[in-house]
Design a binder for this molecule. Structure first.
Ligand code: DAT
Length: 174
């Protein structure tokens, strides 16, 4: 097995919490590669059917994992997805679950065009901390961290924390 020179980071949480904004900026600041699972699936048509209720294609999880596995073993990847138990546990050195207050999240998802059941279910997903619990089940608890993502100050603080963590990881592993 190859030893990685850079860590792999998972950014997860309910849609709208700020994973994409954080992930892209983090990639800029660290030189790590940002991978948005939704975009990757779209590009490779890694889908397996269509969900009528949520009006979105269903991810073919096995093909997504196959597609990324080699890149992940090399290290230096920031993965962004609103779920986390589909990935192999060995992929990630750290997992961040972004969290947003439900009134804030409601406004963000409405602005994105979500309505009705899709809007309500996503806000409920955040209220019930579904993704956080999924992450705590799927990964070693010590590597799972929640980050508040309500304000631009939170965003900047999170960026600084993760950049710092990444630099430290590289010192320790090189
Ligand atoms: P996600 O990738 O989790 O779906 P996003 O990065 O697309 O979320 O962000 C959704 C919207 O919310 C976008 O307009 C940016 C805004 N946003 C994200 N995080 C924020 C924060 N910490 N403070 C203020 N606005 C934020």
């Amino acid at each position: 097995m190859k030893t990685k020179k850079q860590p792999n980071i998972l950014l997860t949480g309910t849609p709208g919490v700020g994973k994409t904004t954080l992930g892209k900026e983090l990639a800029q600041r660290t030189g790590l590669t940002y991978v948005n699972i939704g975009d990757l699936a779209q590009e490779g048509q890694l889908f397996d059917g269509y969900d009528d209720e949520y009006q979105c294609p269903i991810l073919d999880e096995d093909r997504v994992v196959d597609e990324l596995d080699e890149k992940m073993s090399e290290g230096g990847v920031i993965v962004d997805y609103h779920g986390c138990d589909l990935f192999p546990e060995r992929w990630f050195d750290i997992v961040f679950v972004l969290r947003t207050d439900n009134t804030q999240l409601y406004t963000r998802l409405e602005a994105r065009g979500y309505t009705g059941k899709k809007l309500q279910d996503n806000v409920q997903c955040e209220i019930f901390q579904t993704i956080y619990e999924e992450a705590m089940e799927a990964y070693s608890k010590e590597i799972v961290h929640q980050l508040p993502s309500n304000t631009p100050e939170d965003m900047e603080h999170n960026l600084e924390q993760i950049v710092h963590w990444t630099e430290q990881w590289m010192k320790d592993h090189n």
